[in-house]
Design a protein around this ligand. Structure first.
Ligand SMILES: Nc1nc2c(c(=O)[nH]1)N[C@H]1C(S)=C(S)[C@@H](COP(=O)(O)O)O[C@H]1N2
Ligand SMILES: [Mo]
Length: 261
């Protein structure tokens, strides 16, 4: 099989032009989401690269490359000033669905008093943060829709400081590429800096105006309404800023890394 050649800038630009055309035609959101998550297809890739994708290993490698192109396209299309839709309180789902890679009986229990958020990587101030420290930052509250790739979505109300305010407080290098997190249940993920600085990306401490219940991620989760459910990590223990690409629990099993909705 020939090496892939389409990663060349011209091809990448062609992919973006196609994406922008689709968006200009005001594709319905569902179709746009389908394009962004699946984007270039195996057939399309076969045409572009001129290679035959006829076995599982080749297909797997091809899909990984498609996914990385889709990351790149989504990164290019991401508009830091475009806000995710917000909803009235009357639309909040109560109870809100629970989801994790384990059952509700195994939700981690974290002691509020002992909790210290660890901070590392490209940041000037690495002192850990207590919950009380986090609550000194300005609080934002928003009612947004959480979309899980497993086929459900629900509207919820999350509140807490903006991740951008926190990153500024710790003297993070805001030109770094990634913000990664590690969670108490060993879940992990990482996001692009543009999304980390988005005004709706919150360090959520509250759900429905009360401290996050354990099942929704106590003591803190990242609430990112511009991304799919699996990019909303719960039970966060550590945050790091870096230029090294670091994937995530579901991303390592084939989910798209950018994971925008
Ligand atoms: N720590 C941790 N965070 C996680 C997960 C997980 O298993 N562990 N699952 C993700 C997925 S796939 C979804 S849909 C949401 C579910 O959040 P909820 O229980 O508040 O609905 O959490 C996300 N964050
Ligand atoms: Mo999910």
């Amino acid at each position: 099989m020939k090496p892939f050649t389409f990663w060349h800038k011209d091809h990448a630009e062609a992919v973006t032009a196609e994406a922008q055309n689709l968006l200009r035609k005001r594709l319905p959101l569902a179709a746009r989401r389908r394009f962004l998550t699946r984007g270039l297809t195996l057939g399309g890739l076969s045409l572009l690269s001129g290679c035959v994708i006829d076995d599982d290993t080749t297909a797997e490698a091809a899909l990984t490359r498609i996914s990385r192109i889709n990351d790149w396209v989504q990164g290019r299309l991401f508009d830091p000033s475009q806000l995710a839709p917000t909803y009235p309180d009357s639309m909040i789902a109560r109870p809100f669905p629970f989801n994790a890679f384990y059952g509700e009986d195994q939700v981690p229990r974290i002691d509020a008093g002992d909790f210290r958020l660890e901070v590392s990587g490209l940041v000037a101030r690495k002192q850990p943060w207590s919950l009380a420290d986090l609550r000194t930052l300005p609080r934002y509250s928003q009612v947004t829709r959480h979309i899980c790739v497993e086929g459900w979505s629900a509207i919820g109300k999350w509140a807490g400081p903006r991740l951008s305010d926190f990153l500024r407080m710790i003297g993070a290098d805001l030109s770094a590429r990634y913000v990664g997190v590690h969670c108490a249940d060993n879940y992990y993920t990482s996001i692009d800096m543009a999304t980390a600085l988005h005004p709706q990306t919150l360090i959520a401490l509250d759900w429905d105006d009360r401290p996050l219940p354990p099942k929704y991620g106590f003591p803190m989760k990242l609430r990112i309404p511009t991304k799919l459910g699996y990019k909303n990590p719960k039970h966060i223990q550590a945050i790091f800023v870096s230029n090294t690409f670091n994937r995530g629990y579901w991303e390592d099993q084939g989910y798209n890394w950018f994971g925008g909705s």
